[in-house]
Design a protein. Structure first.
Length: 406
């Protein structure tokens, strides 16, 4: 992409910020959170280790397939991609800051690439950091232009960007791309999943491809077609979708067979501390026994679903509901057991109304490139996306600890 194209996209993005202000301002905290450089460094180190782990899994799936249980169709699909160079992708990672003021990464979203990236960066400007820079004499981080450059650099010399849209197209980031790319000279085409299957690789020749597909749709893709597509700029590599979007990914840091090949001992200790403690149904029976005795310390999550669907927290369930859910989860492989890290609370105002909320953050990871925390979801309920929802942005102080700030 030319420098002029990058400048045009940067200009279009300013207009996009206005649209996002109209969309999110009614639910946005009036003041941002402060994040210190130490916290950001912790999150960037976590990203590096996550990237190394996911690449190892993609490149060596046949060796580790029994450690991350999948249906036979998924195993066949993933093994069919062995030997194809792994493409880095976006893996938006959710985290909490618990009541002990510790960061814990809790899950990853990468089924629909780029989701919330453009929106998060736009909304991050609405509580403009300049006022805080002037008031407190700090130097803040801004990731917008580096991200836009990364996006266009990813597309490279492709003549167009093609979005392959599956059945579930609820408010995905592709909905906003036409306004962002306006004036960039980048052609943007949207193709239905069925049309893509019909026309195959020739239809998307010379294109950079963004695939917004569900798991079931990926399994309908012929392996030769998937291999062909991965020779072009492609988001997201389906190996990311099946192994990293899967919450069982977090349980793999408990597997010495994997960690010994990916990390040094101190790196294993770091990533085990960064991840919320997570276990598959065939792992660490003593943890599952502990969950039966101490429900308040644990939460059950579906491995593949997102948006807080079917999450069961021991502290929010009746004793019978929890024991039934736990017994069911131990009999199959579609749930993980995760330590319950209740977030600390924040206080603030939205349109003049005071709130005290739990909150969870998102991290805009793309390969080894870090584009800051995204939007934070805030709610009076301990699990976000279940009852009321509000949004929070953050200001990243590159120099000081945030203790002196409000």
């Amino acid at each position: 992409m030319t420098n002029q194209a990058i400048q045009n996209v940067e200009q279009s993005f300013h207009s996009f910020v206005g649209l996002m202000g109209e969309k999110y301002r009614p639910w946005l905290y009036e003041s941002p959170l402060f994040m210190s450089r130490d916290r950001i460094q912790f999150l960037q180190t976590s990203q590096e280790y996550m990237f190394r782990l996911m690449k190892y899994i993609a490149d060596n799936y046949a060796e580790i397939e029994d450690l991350l249980p999948h249906d036979p169709a998924v195993k066949e699909f993933l093994k069919g991609l062995q030997g194809v160079p792994f493409q880095e992708g976006t893996f938006r990672t959710d985290f909490v800051i618990n009541e002990l003021d510790e960061i814990r990464l809790i899950e990853v979203t990468c089924r629909f690439p780029l989701n919330s990236y453009f929106r998060s960066l736009a909304v991050s400007t609405l509580n403009g950091s300049r006022a805080y820079e002037e008031k407190y004499g700090i130097r803040t981080a801004n990731y917008i232009n580096p991200f836009l450059k990364k996006f266009l650099t990813w597309a490279g010399d492709a003549k167009r960007i093609v979005i392959i849209q599956g059945e579930d197209c609820r408010d995905n980031e592709s909905f906003y791309l036409p306004s962002i790319l306006e004036g960039s000279g980048v052609e943007l085409d949207v193709c239905s999943f069925d049309d893509w299957l019909l026309h195959g690789a020739t239809w998307a020749k010379d294109a950079a491809i963004i695939a917004e597909l569900a798991f079931e749709e990926w399994l309908r893709v012929p392996i030769p077609l998937a291999r062909d597509m991965l020779r072009q700029p492609f988001l997201n590599d389906p190996r990311l979708v099946f192994t990293v979007h899967d919450k069982g990914f977090f349980a793999l840091v408990n597997r010495k067979e994997i960690t010994d090949k990916v990390f040094r001992a101190e790196e294993t200790a770091f990533i085990q501390q960064a991840f919320a403690e997570t276990y598959l149904s065939d792992q660490h029976p003593e943890m599952w026994d502990d969950a039966a005795e101490h429900p308040e310390h644990w939460i059950l999550k579906p491995r593949r679903l997102g948006r807080s669907v079917n999450i069961i927290a021991g502290s929010l369930s009746s004793a019978q509901e929890w024991q039934d859910a736990l017994a069911s989860a131990r009999e199959n492989h579609d749930m993980v057991l995760q330590k319950w890290h209740l977030s600390k609370k924040i206080t603030g105002q939205v349109r003049g109304v005071a709130y005290e909320d739990y909150f969870a953050g998102t991290l805009l990871y793309w390969g080894r490139d870090f584009f800051g925390p995204g939007m934070y979801r805030a709610s009076c309920y301990p699990i976000s996306n279940v009852k009321d929802n509000r949004m929070v942005t953050s200001v990243i102080d590159l120099e000081s600890e945030p203790a002196k700030y409000p």
